[in-house]
Ligand binder design. Structure first.
Ligand code: HEM
Length: 423
């Protein structure tokens, strides 16, 4: 996800215009106007049917093609936009304790372009290196074992609330040195953010976003100021040094912490939720998996391909460019439909089928590509793999009960409530 989702929101902040374009059959507007929490694949297929790159009535372009999405994400002539509608209009709230207001995607590396992006990423990336991930493995394994006990019941239980959200939330809490008992707040913020990430439409949504951002800013401003006085062996303490050395601003630090909590939390829980939904429907795949739990890594990749937890990324042409036979003038926004690229039949055979033996699942674009490639991909993969292996080892017969409730979001795709019977 990145800050230029706000660009889309700005373009489409006139929701009447968006509804009109949708009613007139504009497939691009139809995708942007999907009901939150609904399955977008049919609308994405209409984009694919129109060509590799489709221009909407507003001028915004959209692609469901794997090669085009991949190209847009990797070509530095396409840039993330530095501001969003949210940032432009919102000021600190009067009830805030902090005198600034930042947005996790608008003020962090997620919305910076090279060379500023390169500089910021260098500060944070070492904290997500392979050695760091190896060092965290035992922590994640022990955490998963403890959380699995919560599912040990005879009656149906909500997998998301009792398990899937807890793993990434407690892992990030450990990484950032936050109190694990704040989990309920994180869960709330994560779901609220998912609901507003594609831009606030109308006064009520704007108010909701404003309150959320104020809470997040206050929370992390307090944490960072405490950590500066009393540093620990955690990521925030390491980054306060960067602020003291002038390499990062205070607001940038707060925003980066928000991005790490928000960006890596519900999305990671969605790997678990989406995989369980898929395995409950494809029983042959579940049997294959429980017969060989070492396939857990492959289940994670196929779950990421089959349903992208972040459905799209947005870039803006930084100069006049040619893309898929179209001339795009500078400033044209392009929506790369990651979820649809992952089902491009030219790359993935029988793409709607959940197949844990698929040889190229890992080629999915769910973590994007290019310079903004997800910083937490290694961590998310490790958490997903350990969680799914543990889950099906302890409860091999677990199955979904009833329909899942999906996150009320157009960008974030995964269940917010998924009842399962563990035995
Ligand atoms: C399944 C889990 C995850 C998914 C699907 C996911 C998805 C993404 C995507 C698509 C992007 C690129 C956005 C763009 O190019 O516009 C991204 C960037 C990012 N992700 Fe993740 N993410 C996940 C987990 C995590 C975790 C666990 C963390 C950290 C704790 C994290 C931190 C970040 C950061 C900091 C960026 C910005 C990187 C940059 O701009 O250079 N993500 N993520």
């Amino acid at each position: 996800m990145s800050g230029e989702l706000g660009t889309v929101a700005r373009l489409y902040r006139n929701s009447l215009r968006l509804r009109t374009s949708t009613a007139l059959g504009d497939p691009v507007a139809t995708v942007l106007n999907l009901r939150r929490g609904s399955d977008g694949h049919a609308a994405y297929e209409r984009i694919r049917a129109r060509g590799d790159l489709v221009r909407g009535r507003s001028g915004l372009c959209m692609s469901a093609s794997y090669p085009v999405c991949n190209e847009v994400l990797r070509d530095n002539r396409f840039r993330v936009a530095p501001t969003s509608a949210i940032r432009l209009k919102l000021r600190p709230r009067p009830d805030q304790r902090t005198d600034f207001l930042v947005h996790p995607l608008d003020d962090s590396l997620a919305s910076a372009n090279p060379p500023e992006h390169t500089r910021l990423r260098k500060l944070v990336a070492p904290l997500f290196g392979a050695a760091q991930m190896r060092a965290r493995r035992t922590f994640v394994e022990e955490l998963v074992e403890r959380q699995l006990d919560r599912l040990d019941r005879a009656e149906p239980v909500d997998l998301i609330d009792e398990f899937a959200l807890r793993i990434p939330s407690l892992v990030i809490a450990e990484l950032l040195g936050l109190p694990p008992e704040d989990h309920d707040r994180f869960a709330w913020w994560g779901l609220e953010f998912g609901a507003t990430v594609d831009g606030a439409r109308g006064a009520r949504e704007r108010h909701r976003t404003h309150v959320l951002l104020a809470e997040l800013t206050d929370y992390f401003a307090e944490v960072t100021s405490r950590r500066r006085k009393d540093p620990g062996d955690d990521l925030i303490s390491a980054l306060t040094t960067a602020v003291d050395e002038g390499a990062m601003t205070e607001a940038g630090l707060v925003s980066t912490c928000q991005a790490l909590l928000i960006g890596g939390f519900v999305t990671t829980a969605n790997i678990i939720g989406n995989a369980v939904i898929a395995l409950s429907a494809a029983l042959d795949q579940r049997e294959l998996f429980i017969a060989d739990l070492d396939l857990a890594g492959q289940v994670v990749e196929e779950a990421l391909r089959w349903e992208a937890p972040a459905q799209y990324s947005v870039r803006v042409a930084g100069e006049d460019v040619e893309l898929a036979g179209h001339r795009l003038s500078r400033g044209t926004p392009v929506v790369a439909l990651l979820a649809a690229a992952n089902r491009d039949p030219r790359v993935f055979a029988d793409p709607g089928r959940f197949d844990i033996e698929r040889p190229n699942s890992r080629d999915h674009l769910s973590f994007a590509a290019g310079v903004h490639y997800c910083l937490g991909a290694g961590l998310a993969r490790m958490e997903g793999e350990i969680a799914l292996r543990g889950l099906y080892r302890r409860y091999p017969r677990l199955h979904q009960v009833g329909r899942a409730d999906y996150c009320p979001s157009r960008v974030i795709r995964g269940p917010q409530r998924l009842m399962i019977r563990p035995r």
